[in-house]
Each structure stands twice: as C-alpha cells, then as structure tokens.
Ligand binder design. Sequence first.
Ligand code: NDP
Length: 275
Amino acid sequence: MKVHNVDQYLVYGNPIQQSKSPFIHQHFAEQTHQALQYRSQLAEDDDFKLQVRSFIAAGGKGCNVTAPFKGQAFELAQSVSEEARIAGAVNTLIFNDGHIAGDNTDGRGLIADLKFHQVSMTNKRILLVGAGGAARGVLLPLLAEQPQKLIIVNRTVEKAEQLAKLIDTPVKTCGVGFADLADKPFDLIINASSASLSNDLPPLKSSLLSADTICYDMVYRASNTPFNQWAMDNGVKTTIDGLGMLVEQAAVSFEIWRGVKPETVELRKILRAQL
Ligand code: NDP
C-alpha cells in the first residue's frame, strides 16, 4: 500500500478533467499553510464506491463528489447531515477512523455567496427554479434564512411538489409548474435548473421580474448565462452567476476537513480571470 506523508483528498466525477476543485483546494491549502494533496479522479458508475473504499484503505482523509456520483456518495455514507438527507445527495465525504460521514455544502456555499453580494433573504419572496440535486441541496440553508415565501418551480411539476412536501418549515413553501406562477415580481430568483448548460431558458414570464429582483444563476461562464441575460434584457439591475457558489461550497468542505476557514476574495478574482 502506498503511504503518503501529506493528507490526501480527491474529487470524483465523470467527466472530471474540467474540475476546478484541485486548483481551489491547493490554493486554500497554501493560503492556510495546510500540508495536503488534492487530486481529481475519474470514476465509472460501477466502480465509484469501490474506488472510494480503496482510497480510504490507502489513508485518504476525505473527498468531494461531483456529477454523476452524488447519489452514490449519499448511499455510501454511514451518517449524513440534514442538508444531505433532504438533498439525497452528498458532495463531501469525511473519513474518520473507518467511519464515512457525508455532507452537502452546496447550500451553505450559495448562502455565503449571496451574503458576499450583500443579498438578504430574510422576509423576501424567493423563487427557486429546478428540483434536481442542486435545488434540493440548497433548500434547507435557504429556509434557514427565513424568507417570507419560497416557491419551487419545476418543468416536471411532481418533483417540485414532492420536494416542497419533504420540508417541515414555518416558511410558506410550495411546489408548482411554470404556468401556475402569478404575475408578481419576486425579490430573488435562483436558477438551479441546468437549462443554461444547454443554452436554454426556463419558461419564466417577465412579469416575475422588477428592476430590483435579484437573479442568480448557479451556472457560470465568462459571458452572461442565458438566464442572467434574459433578466438583464428585462431591466433587472443585479445578476449573479454561480462561480462564487463554487468557491464557497469548496471553502465549506475545506473547513469541514481541516478546521480552518479559508479566505475566498482573492480566489474569486483568479477564477473569474481564468474563465
Ligand atoms: P439535475 O440534473 O439534478 O437537475 C436539473 C434540473 O434542471 C431539473 O429540475 C430539470 O427539470 C431542470 N431543467 C433542465 N433543463 C431545463 C430546461 N430547459 N428548462 C427548465 N428546466 C430544466 O442537475 P443539478 O440539480 O445537479 O444541477 C443543476 C445546475 O446547477 C447545473 O447546471 C449545475 O452545473 C449547477 N450547479 C452549480 C453549482 C455551483 O457551485 N455553482 C453546484 C451544483 C450545481 P426536470 O426535473 O423537469 O427534468
């Protein structure tokens, strides 16, 4: 068995060569003077769990998990956080004395990024677009900010309805289809659908926007995402993309593993310049 003299971490995914996580975590490690190595690892559907077990046997301390293995990581974990339980998805595994703990840091990453941009969610009317893994992952941390109302809208309506029913909260929450949305502006619209990845737009009416609506797309790229461009074309003043969420969810994972909270301001600038 290969013995390493610094703590080892991995990110699993397929594809994985595009992942910014090794760069991000090496940056955090240098900044906080932590001795660790973080690499990316391609896995297949039928060998992901086996690979994780081998990594644990080789002394691995933890790993991140990205598409399409977040569900398998959830199954592998022997205990999970409440966020991961609602999401049914794990993006962070922590190995401790043979125990595998699972967490989902996407939601805390989103909230940290929104706060970085001075967006308050308390008492606000929020629309969450999508009911896939990302939407599920951010639900609890969003509700913890005590919005006035949180509506989940999804193309497949049943998924939005089921998700809203999973949650036990005093916040007014419901799951609907796009055609059910009333013509009234939201304070914050979060696009947690993957529509932007295929240069597509969720079928949202412009009556859901005012100039003061804040539009957040979890997807990021050098140019505006289709969703954020649509918002700007309809007079929205503030649009934010998901690059900061990527950095912040990584910072939460890093803190869970290392007990040190890294700074994210400089890294945000570096990654933005690299897009
Ligand atoms: P899933 O595949 O689990 O879910 C996709 C969701 O998008 C579903 O709700 C689906 O609706 C909806 N959708 C897809 N295409 C369209 C469309 N054309 N119009 C309307 N709705 C559509 O993906 P994830 O939830 O894991 O990821 C969603 C997005 O969030 C991805 O783009 C991902 O890159 C991003 N993300 C970003 C992160 C960051 O750190 N910035 C972290 C995590 C995710 P239906 O149920 O009807 O199929």
